[in-house]
Design a protein around this ligand. Structure first.
Ligand code: SF4
Ligand code: MG
Length: 315
């Protein structure tokens, strides 16, 4: 008879699919993929209890490289797909992945609705400022006046701020990571998965093929004599709303997070910006459908219910 101590612990290798990876050499996507696999191993979430869903883009290939349940959905449709998946089986750990163009551009409407529901899911955005799969057109996160080697002219629009967007849309966990700092990214993704609610993790991702502005060396530069990238926790910042029932504190924390997300010095803060612990969408559903306490929707016998009495009422 096997005992709990005989059971093999999951390692990052257990989440890797045996499929050829065709991302460009040096792409930041590799770091994010490894961080997801390492986080799942750290949390010991079985691969068969995990689902990874992607939109369209280079990042869209992520589920193919995962030895978990996986779904490569339509452009910008990560949030509706993870929503359906989580509603059907709330016992799964559901992770959405996609690019900046996919999530903040094409799928912006879904990004808004997905945030305010507060389902217990994690959404990781691979943010490289371009639509890399289609040859590097400007995405909503490229800065005004910036021109990568793949753009014919400089951008004439202001960029969106993913942290501000996440806060505005009601995400209850908002963080920013860097693809080439895998160790720290593992910490952020682990926290995001542990968080009960919708977690947004915007990951600054190098795309050496199309984005020559925000390269590995640019992120490593000094700004005013200090590293461009720094960690929020090193400044003593506390992202947690201590009293979720106090609207003033919620607003104040969002304002603090916003100020830190656009450092006027040009430095960039990584870390958890905002964390609000409130009931999830699933908690409310379980109040309405108590049967969900014992098993997920997918295991409930909803298809064989006799609906004749209801139909007769309509006649
Ligand atoms: Fe990565 Fe850019 Fe190559 Fe896509 S085009 S795989 S984002 S380096
Ligand atoms: Mg992109």
């Amino acid at each position: 008879m096997s005992t709990a101590t005989d059971l093999k612990a999951f390692t990052p290798q257990d989440y890797k699919a045996d499929i050829h990876n065709d991302w460009c050499p040096g792409c930041g996507d590799f770091g994010i993929l490894s961080a997801i696999q390492m986080s799942l191993a750290k949390l010991q979430i079985p691969p068969y209890r995990t689902a990874v869903v992607s939109g369209i883009g280079c990042s869209g290939k992520t589920p193919h490289y995962m030895n978990t349940y996986a779904f490569h959905t339509l452009h910008g449709r990560v949030m509706p797909s993870v929503t359906g998946l989580k509603l059907a089986n709330h016992e799964l750990t559901v992770i959405g992945v996609g690019g900046d163009g996919d999530g903040y551009g094409i799928g912006a409407g879904h990004f808004v609705s997905g945030g305010r529901r507060n389902l217990d899911i994690t959404y990781i955005v691979f943010n490289n400022d371009v639509y890399a799969l289609t040859k590097g057109q400007a995405s909503p996160t490229i800065g005004k006046g910036q021109k990568t080697k793949s753009m014919s002219d400089e951008s004439i629009m202001e960029p969106i701020n993913p942290v501000l967007l996440g806060l505005a849309c009601g995400y209850t966990f908002v963080a920013r990571g860097y693809a080439l700092d895998t160790k720290y990214l593992v910490e952020l993704i682990t926290q995001g998965i542990r968080h009960r609610g919708t977690a947004l993790i915007d990951v600054l991702q190098t795309c050496p093929t199309y984005n020559d502005l925000h390269s590995k060396s640019w992120y490593a530069e000094q700004v005013e004599g200090q590293p461009r990238l720094y960690k929020l926790e090193d400044t003593g910042y506390d992202p947690l709303v201590h009293d979720p029932a106090d609207p003033a504190e919620v607003t104040q924390k969002k304002a603090q997070a916003l100020l830190r997300s656009q450092d006027p010095s040009g430095r960039i803060a990584l870390g958890v910006y905002y964390k609000l612990e409130v009931p999830t969408y699933e908690d409310f559903l379980k109040e309405k459908i108590p049967a969900l306490e014992s098993k997920p929707l997918v295991d409930l016998d909803i298809y064989h219910r006799d609906i004749t009495p209801n139909l007769q009422k309509l006649m």
